[in-house]
Design a protein around this ligand. Structure first.
Ligand code: SF4
Length: 212
């Protein structure tokens, strides 16, 4: 089967399985989404939600974060990994948003990538989830699952993004990102994927055959 036709079948099954699954991160604005995504590196979404449930009522927008010093923010986010560099980046990004972008998170990839702590994946999540602009963010789950399924044959998340955006229609990019993440979290685990219970196993070149 050609890659395009196979991708179509895989997407249809993923859609049926994970329809309605959205970002597990909680946020009330694009700025808060940016902070939550920065905090989520090497930290699970539930832990980020616990932190932001306390944080956002006190410091909700860029102006409030821009006025902080890292020593003030660090204790509030210290239960997530890499909290020192995250505190530094969130404050620096907030200051830049205040100085250069009138207090609003910018809505182009080029501008987003100028913000400290915002890499390609974070920028794509902000575009797709925050602004509804087609973008396909590739995190560790999307990268692993796409390669196992043969939708990509790539070494880096950037190459996976290029492969997936070439295969998947633009209007499905944001949803496909969520579906692939949920499939990686619930079925196609990094270690011991549940191939026997996977709805994609007939289409997957990486499936582990379980002998009965
Ligand atoms: S068959 Fe196995 S390796 Fe392939 S997508 Fe499903 S769980 Fe992942």
């Amino acid at each position: 089967m050609k890659r395009g036709a196979k991708a179509e079948k895989i997407l249809a099954i993923l859609e049926e399985t994970y329809q309605g699954s959205e970002s597990a991160l909680r946020f009330g604005s694009v700025f808060q989404l940016m902070v939550a995504v920065i905090l989520s590196a090497q930290t699970n979404d539930q832990q980020v939600n616990r932190i932001t449930a306390e944080l956002f009522p006190r410091y909700g927008e860029a102006a409030a974060f821009a006025a902080l010093e890292p020593q003030q923010l660090e204790p509030l986010i210290s239960s997530c990994g890499l909290y020192r560099s995250k505190a530094k980046n969130i404050i620096a990004a907030s200051r830049l948003i205040m100085e250069k972008f009138g207090g609003e998170v910018p809505s182009t990839k080029e501008e987003l990538l100028t913000l400290p702590g915002v890499g390609t994946k974070t920028a794509n999540v902000i575009l797709a989830v925050g602004f509804g602009i087609p973008a396909l963010a590739v995190d560790t789950h999307v990268h692993r699952v796409a390669n196992r399924l043969g939708l990509a044959d790539s070494k880096t998340p950037e190459q996976t993004e290029a492969a997936l955006t070439a295969l998947i229609p633009k209007e499905k990019w944001a949803d496909a990102h969520h579906w692939l993440i949920w499939h990686g979290r619930r079925v196609c685990f990094a270690r011991n994927p549940n191939c026997a219970g996977c709805p994609l196993n007939a289409l997957c070149p990486s499936r582990v055959i379980v002998k009965g």
